[in-house]
Design a protein around this ligand. Structure first.
Ligand SMILES: Nc1nc2c(ncn2[C@@H]2O[C@H](COP(=O)(O)OP(=O)(O)OP(=O)(O)O)[C@@H](O)[C@H]2O)c(=O)[nH]1
Ligand SMILES: [Mg+2]
Length: 240
């Protein structure tokens, strides 16, 4: 059922797997820039807000892949999602595109980001290019995963609590809307209170780290001043 409180959703996944396209499917319009390129299209975390036809306000945060196509580490950029999603997301969508890459989003990378495994309680696996994976011998996405050669994909599916939705972002909007509704129904099944607690810990962690860095910088500054003072003292002693 639609509520007036915005649903906050964050998209993760490797570069080029269709994160921004899934965001657009959910919003019902082409909001995020999408492109078929080897390099990353989304370079910074971006947020979009929309009120759906159902009356449900939606906030979506699109992220760059944690490691972009050139292997550049976007970790600190991706950490910005914690500021954009305060007090925490209602759902974390991990996007996977079967034909684009053999590797799935590395849960280990996300674990580093979140600090522990609690986030996995709120993840939903989204598989793109539905029209290319579903056929008479593979009638649904769970069959696709079961028959997949990728053990990584099967593990990710298990880690996401077997929550999975297949979407086709190249479909007409009418059909994309049905995919979006399926994702929203899956989100409704998640227990949100828990994630806010998990995010509180993440915020605390980040603040603690920022405080530590500030202190380290202050210590370095004091050491520099001390050195300069010693140098000045030495030179003035030598002049006497
Ligand atoms: N056939 C098909 N193509 C898709 C689908 N979803 C996305 N694409 C295409 O895949 C390419 C990459 O999509 P994006 O949404 O830009 O991917 P991204 O993960 O946001 O990419 P980065 O921001 O670079 O990390 C684009 O050419 C999309 O049109 C899908 O469901 N089916
Ligand atoms: Mg993108």
């Amino acid at each position: 059922m639609a509520s007036n409180r915005p649903k906050r959703i964050v998209l993760f996944g490797r570069t080029g797997v269709g994160k921004s396209s899934v965001g657009n499917t959910l919003l019902g319009k082409d909001y995020f820039k999408t492109k078929c390129t080897a390099s990353s299209v989304t370079q910074v975390c971006e947020t979009a807000e929309e009120i759906l036809e159902s009356g449900q306000p939606l906030q979506i945060v699109d992220t760059p892949g944690i490691f972009d196509a050139e292997g550049k580490n976007m970790f600190s950029e991706v950490q910005n999602v914690f500021d954009l999603l305060k007090p925490g997301p209602h759902a974390i969508l991990i996007v996977y595109m079967p034909q684009r890459c053999s590797r799935v989003e590395d849960v280990l990378d996300l674990r580093k980001l979140f600090g522990n495994d609690m986030f996995l309680e709120y993840t939903i696996l989204i598989i793109n290019r539905k029209s290319e994976i579903i056929n008479p011998s593979i009638p649904n996405v769970r069959e696709f995963i079961k028959n997949s050669d990728s053990v990584e994909l099967q593990q990710l599916y298990e880690q996401c609590g077997k929550r999975v939705v297949a979407v086709e972002n190249y479909d007409v909007w009418e059909k994309r809307k049905l995919d979006a509704e399926e994702i929203m129904r899956e989100i409704e099944t998640l227990d949100v209170n828990y994630i806010h607690h998990c995010f509180d810990l993440v915020h605390e962690n980040i603040e603690l780290k920022a405080e530590q860095l500030k202190r380290q910088e202050q210590i370095r500054e004091l050491e520099r001043e001390n050195k300069e003072l010693k140098y000045k003292n030495n030179t003035s002693c030598n002049m006497l």
